[in-house]
Design a protein around this ligand. Structure first.
Ligand code: SF4
Length: 332
């Protein structure tokens, strides 16, 4: 394994990547700043989420919460409402927690890896990204893109990716170097059908030379999905739409399910409006959307008018269900 990794022409790769990145880097909003707060927000949003999806969220978030102090003072429902649709909501809660910690220790953003790493929700990746991009510190980032590129460059599925990333890091310009490697993975060394013909480091790439690109990284064995079926109820009165605290996602509102009303006699089910699918990590849900009339208001339930619906953190399942209903209403 080591002999393969030692063959890596780290210097050649570093300089080819630097040249390529300075010409081909995408112009993304968070690349126009070195503000650690903005870099941090972007890096957290980008975890598990595509760049195109993140951009509008990033811009709205930075407009509403332009600095750590503003975020530290925010209420959880407001932050979750701005995060609504991005998924993985623990990220938003950790951001708030970390912002409050920063204000508690004097308001200055930590300027080194160890200080960053202590903050809620900041792991090796985010600490390295902020330390290198905002402060120019020599910490190599390892994300999914870097892993894939490292395995392919070394032609080794068992490569010590952190070690390879460390060797590929340009210590004179860690910000550019880290972003270039991630950019290569995001735009050229793609998971499927990488663009080897136009790759700036093709001549240094072990997998390309050995024609093993398609085998790296090796396919993951996925655990069996768990399937669940649920019914979501659309209950309207003059006072608005009935919502309850989401059982799947704390801090969010969702449509009630029949068992929220206790005894079956409290719910009279109406028409089935449609169904939709929804996945959360390893669970695959099928939701049936039904109209219903109910007696009473379930625990924690509240009635919202249509204006209020835009201001609260509404779960993705509720939004999908309301789209199903709107679709039915539009039909002649
Ligand atoms: Fe990836 Fe192909 Fe470039 Fe190798 S040559 S780094 S496999 S895009």
């Amino acid at each position: 394994m080591h002999s393969k990794q030692n063959q890596l022409n780290a210097e050649g790769i570093r300089s080819a990547l630097a040249r390529w990145y300075s010409r081909h880097a995408r112009d993304l909003p968070w690349r126009r700043t070195r503000d650690p707060y903005a870099i941090w927000i972007s890096e957290v949003m980008l975890q598990q989420t595509r760049v195109a999806a993140v951009i509008p969220y990033y811009e709205r978030f930075l407009t509403r919460f332009p600095d750590v102090a503003a975020l530290a003072e925010a209420s959880e429902p407001e932050v979750l409402a701005l995060w609504s649709g991005l998924g993985y909501y623990s990220r938003a809660r950790n951001l708030m927690q970390a912002a409050r910690t920063i204000m508690d220790i004097g308001g200055a953003f930590p300027r080194d890896y160890a200080g960053l790493r202590k903050l809620s929700g900041i792991g090796d990746y985010t600490a390295s990204a902020v330390a290198s991009i905002s402060f120019g510190l020599p910490h190599a980032v390892v994300d999914g893109n870097v892993k894939r590129v490292a395995m392919r460059l070394t032609n080794n599925a068992a490569a010590d990716v952190a070690e390879v990333a460390g060797r590929l890091l340009d210590r004179k310009n860690p910000a550019r170097s880290n972003q270039a490697l991630m950019e290569l993975g995001a735009t050229v060394c793609l998971p499927r059908s990488p663009l080897c013909e136009t790759c700036p480091v093709a001549k240094f790439c072990g997998a390309r030379h050995q024609a093993t690109v398609d085998q790296l990284p090796p396919p993951r064995v996925k655990p069996d999905a768990i399937h669940r079926e649920h019914v979501l109820l659309i209950v309207r009165r003059r006072t608005g739409l009935l919502l309850v605290p989401s059982p799947r996602l704390s801090g969010f509102w969702d449509l009630p399910e029949p068992d929220a009303f206790g005894a079956a006699g409290n719910v009279r089910l109406g028409a089935v409006l449609g169904t939709f699918r929804h996945s959360i990590t390893n669970s695959r849900y099928v939701f049936e959307v039904r109209e219903a009339r109910v007696r009473g208001t379930p625990a924690g339930g509240r009635w919202f008018n249509s204006g209020q619906l835009h201001e609260i953190a509404l779960s993705t399942t509720a939004r999908k269900a309301l789209r199903v209903q709107a679709h039915v209403e539009q039909k002649p």
